[in-house]
Design a protein around this ligand. Structure first.
Ligand SMILES: Cc1cc2nc3c(=O)[nH]c(=O)nc-3n(C[C@H](O)[C@H](O)[C@H](O)COP(=O)(O)OP(=O)(O)OC[C@H]3O[C@@H](n4cnc5c(N)ncnc54)[C@H](O)[C@@H]3O)c2cc1C
Length: 307
C-alpha cells in the first residue's frame, strides 16, 4: 500500500497515456508467471499501441521509476516481495501474419502460436518452437531454442523501442544472438515485432516434425507442474540435467519446490512453493553440483524483484 501511495502520481500520469483497464495497481505477478509464484507489481501496465509503449518508457525515464518488462513469465522467477515501479507486458500485441515466405509476429504473441501459424501457412523453420511457452519478445531476448533449432536460424529483423523510447528496426545480426543470449538485456530494447524468414514446406511433413517434438517434450518434461523450464544453461562439455541426476538431487526440495523426478533440469512448484523456496532449491543444486563435480551451473532463468 505504501508503494501505491509512492507511485500514485505515476498512476495518474499513466492514465493520461493509456486506458484505465490497461493499468493495474498491486497486481499479483503469480498470475503472470509460469512458476505461479512471486509478489506484486506496484503498477502492471499493458499498453495498447506502440506510441503508448514509447510514452510509458519516456515517463519512467523522466520520473526515474523502476521499469521491468515481462513476457509470458516462463523464464523468470519473481521474488516474494514483488517488483517496484512499472511492470510492462506486451500482452495486447498478439498479431501474427504471413508476408511472402515470412511470418511476422508481434512481441506479445506466443512463439508457439507463430509456429502453428507457420504450419497452417505450410512454411517450415519454426517447428522447433512448437512447445516453447514464451512470447515472441521473450524468445528473442534469450535466443530461445530446442531440438537443434533456435531463433537465430530464422530471425530476419525486429522492431524495438529503445530505453530512450525511440523506435528502431534492427537486423538479426544486430542482436548478437548466441546460445540462450542476446544483447537485448544490455541494450534495454523492448521487442515489439519480429520477422521470421521461412521456407515453403508441406503441411504433413511440418506437422510430423511438430508432433514428434511434442511427444518428446511431453514424455520427458514435468508439464503437469508449474515451472520455468530448464533452470540452468548447458555447461560446456556437460549436460546440466545429467549432473543434477548424478548428484542424486531429484525429488529433493525446500518447502513446496523440488527438483523434478521426471526431468532433473527442471525445478517444479509442487505444493504452493514460495519464490524463496524455489531460489533455495536453485542454490542447493548449484552448490551440490559444484562440490561433487567442480562444475558451475549458470542460471538460464532470470530472478527479478525484492525478497
Ligand atoms: C515448460 C517449459 C518449457 C520450456 N522449454 C524451453 C525450450 O525448449 N527452449 C527454450 O529456449 N526455452 C524454454 N523455456 C523457457 C521459456 O519459455 C523461454 O525462455 C521463453 O523465450 C521466455 O519467454 P517469456 O515471454 O516467457 O519471457 P519472460 O519469462 O516473461 O521474460 C524473460 C526475459 O525476457 C524479457 N522479455 C520478455 N518479453 C520481452 C520483449 N518483448 N522485449 C524485450 N525483452 C523481453 C524479460 O524482460 C525477461 O528478462 C521453457 C519454459 C517452460 C516453463
Amino acid at each position: 500500500m505504501i508503494q501505491v501511495v509512492k507511485y500514485h502520481h505515476i498512476y495518474e500520469q499513466l492514465l493520461t497515456i493509456t486506458a484505465k483497464e490497461n493499468v493495474m495497481v498491486d497486481e499479483q505477478l503469480r498470475n503472470h508467471t509460469y512458476t505461479k509464484l512471486g509478489g506484486k507489481a506496484d503498477l502492471f501496465v499493458t499498453p495498447a499501441s506502440i506510441e503508448e509503449v514509447q510514452q510509458i518508457v519516456k515517463l519512467a525515464n523522466k520520473e526515474e521509476v523502476p521499469f521491468t518488462l515481462l513476457g509470458n513469465g516462463s523464464n523468470l522467477i519473481v521474488r516474494d516481495g514483488g517488483i517496484r515501479g512499472i511492470v510492462m507486458s506486451p500482452k495486447r500485441f498478439t498479431t501474427i501474419k504471413r508476408e511472402g515466405d515470412s511470418i511476422i509476429a508481434e512481441s506479445g504473441a506466443r512463439i508457439i502460436d507463430a509456429s502453428r501459424k507457420a504450419l497452417e501457412e505450410e512454411l517450415s523453420g519454426l517447428e522447433f518452437a512448437c512447445g516453447i511457452p514464451g512470447t515472441v519478445g521473450g524468445a528473442l531476448y534469450m535466443n530461445a531454442g530446442a531440438y537443434g533449432g533456435e531463433v537465430k536460424d530464422c530471425l530476419h529483423y525486429t522492431v524495438v523501442v529503445t530505453k530512450e523510447g525511440e523506435l528502431l528496426t534492427l537486423k538479426a545480426e544486430d542482436l548478437d544472438l548466441d546460445y540462450r543470449t542476446s544483447n537485448i538485456p544490455d541494450k534495454g530494447y523492448i521487442v515489439l515485432e519480429a520477422r521470421f524468414d521461412l521456407k515453403p514446406g508441406k503441411y504433413d511433413e511440418i506437422k510430423a516434425i511438430m508432433d514428434d517434438l511434442t511427444y518428446k517434450r511431453e514424455s520427458k518434461q514435468p508439464l503437469e507442474y508449474p515451472s520455468c523450464g530448464s533452470v540452468f544453461k548447458r555447461p560446456p562439455g556437460y549436460f546440466a540435467g545429467k549432473l543434477i541426476q548424478d548428484s542424486e538431487l531429484q525429488g529433493k526440495g525446500v518447502g513446496g519446490a523440488e527438483v523434478s523426478t521426471k526431468h532433473a533440469g527442471f525445478i517444479v512448484n509442487k505444493d504452493n512453493a514460495t519464490a524463496t523456496d524455489y531460489i533455495a532449491v536453485i542454490e542447493m543444486v548449484q552448490k551440490t553440483v559444484k562440490d561433487k563435480f567442480g562444475v558451475e551451473l549458470e542460471r538460464e532463468v532470470r530472478i527479478l524483484g525484492e525478497d
